[in-house]
Design a protein around this ligand. Structure first.
Ligand code: BES
Ligand code: ZN
Length: 461
């Protein structure tokens, strides 16, 4: 009988080479200069499906293409839908990379490249896990013990705006019992995890305009409102010294953490001092009354992601800048409504706007947070597969990042969602020198292959 794990063991170096190939494509979705690379990455994924014996479709959207493929139905077995993304975050600042972001490089058991862990490496583990089964089939897409559908998109890192309508319009085609996503992390090295909750997000850009041109700060300062000062005051007003967001109504729908969940979090091996040191900071801050894991996973937060105004060159220039701007986001917890946050933010900023200032608030994207029951047959099946591949039983955690489409999957497809992360907290996601541990890449592929077996053994219903 065909043994998918034996196949994976024999295929290790080819698998790694495939990962390197995909990592060489600079598929940065936020930056239109990379539109061609984004298309190339979609084509690469489609070609990989073809080589697995599947017949992919590259679906054009108003933004970046969606790549879809599915294996044949298997009566009596559940249907799984794999979701992942081939787009990556911008690699800047480039000068902080030890080796260039799109020249994947192996060092100390890791592959370094933008997208290594988020999400190309993790996403590929499921293609590889399925390929290992398909290799024992007739070459025309059979061989898997259950039907697996693959939905791989190119706009996750910019909010998945075009995927949402696609899911809504293709509910029948995407119908499934369980959605499988690897785009998150293990709890720590040697402690794999199943994630049952993610935070949501709302992301904005605020543009402040003052006088029609930059002014001499001596001749005009003190008489004309300074846009940079206005921006700083507005941003500072959003968060109180107690780490709480000051927008009216912001916490209205935030459910308190249960004692049970707080105890679960507290039972995980985590030390603030070690965590702080790993980040190069001399201490941690945040909302009073909550532990660090609670604040990272299950409480909302506010972050400025970009900030600009005035003179940034060498030396001093006395200027009252004509404009100032910021990009910032709120991480949300389940039940918080991104649109209600936007409405509250708009009126809050309006109330702070001084004379002499024009303001424009751009709403870039938003998605609610999710939290699922942390047990059930699918979670148990995933737990068995992970334990076998990683040689450790996974712990159940929540995480603070966002995967915008997860909520839509649960709502529109009525499917359970399994978040099985193979990454690590120190993978430098969204930061220079992103990496992915190669051993975890191979273990992830094995866990995926075993997951297909475990899910199939559940039978239908
Ligand atoms: N892989 C992350 C999501 C993630 C991060 C899950 C950390 C668990 C822990 C994903 O690719 C991502 O970065 N998403 C964006 C979404 C946003 C741009 C809409 C995020 O969270 O910033
Ligand atoms: Zn990401």
């Amino acid at each position: 009988m065909h043994d998918p794990i034996a196949h994976l063991n024999a295929d290790k170096s080819a698998r790694q080479e495939r990962l390197m190939e995909l990592l060489r494509i600079a598929s940065v979705s936020a930056d239109s200069r990379h539109a061609g690379d984004v298309k190339l990455a979609a084509e690469w994924v489609a070609e990989r499906f073809r080589s697995m014996g599947l017949v992919p479709e590259v679906v054009p959207t108003a933004g970046n293409p969606i790549v879809y493929a599915e294996s044949p139905p298997v009566p009596g077995a559940p249907v799984a839908l794999v979701y992942g993304h081939y787009d990556v975050q911008p690699p800047e600042p480039l000068e902080l990379w030890t080796t260039p972001p799109f020249e994947p490089t192996l060092r100390d058991g890791n592959v370094y490249a933008r997208g290594a862990t988020d999400d190309k490496g993790q996403m590929l583990t499921h293609l590889e896990g399925a390929a290992a089964w398909l290799a024992g089939g007739n070459g025309a897409g059979d061989g898997l013990p259950l039907q697996v559908k693959f939905l791989i998109e190119g706009e996750e890192e910019v909010g998945s705006a075009n995927l949402e309508p696609f899911v809504q319009e293709n509910k029948d085609r995407l119908a499934c019992d369980v959605v499988v996503i690897s785009d998150s992390s293990q709890f720590s090295p040697g402690m794999p995890a199943i994630t049952y909750g993610l935070r949501g997000i709302t992301y904005y850009e605020l543009r402040i305009r003052g006088p029609q041109r930059d002014l001499h700060s001596g001749s005009f300062g003190g008489a004309v409102t300074n846009p940079a000062v206005t921006l700083a005051k507005m941003l500072a007003a959003i968060m109180g010294d107690d780490g709480r967001v000051q927008l009216p109504g912001f916490y209205n729908d935030v459910k308190p953490l249960t004692d049970g969940e707080r105890a679960e979090f507290a039972s995980l091996p985590f030390e603030d001092a070690v965590f702080a040191e790993s980040l190069g900071v001399d201490g941690l801050t945040g909302e009073a009354g909550y532990t660090t894991l609670e604040r990272r996973w299950a409480r909302p937060s506010f972050d400025v992601c970009g900030l600009w105004s005035g003179y940034q060159g060498e030396g001093a220039k006395t200027v009252l800048p004509a404009e100032a701007g910021a990009k910032f986001s709120f991480r949300l917890v389940p039940d918080q409504d991104p649109e209600a946050v936007t409405a509250s933010l708009e009126s809050f900023l309006e109330s702070l706007k001084p004379r002499g200032i024009e303001m424009q608030l751009i709403d870039h994207h938003g998605a609610p947070g999710v939290a699922f029951p942390p047990d059930g047959p699918f979670i148990s099946a995933a737990s068995r597969a992970i334990e076998e591949a990683f040689d450790a039983k996974p712990v159940k955690i929540r995480e603070g990042g966002s995967i915008p489409i997860v909520n839509t999957f649960a709502d529109q497809l009525g499917a359970e969602v399994l978040l099985l992360g193979w990454g690590l907290d120190d993978d430098n996601t969204h930061s220079p020198n992103e990496k992915f541990c190669l051993a975890d890449f191979h273990r992830g592929a094995a866990a995926s292959a075993l997951l297909w077996r475990e899910l199939a053994s559940l039978g239908q219903g």
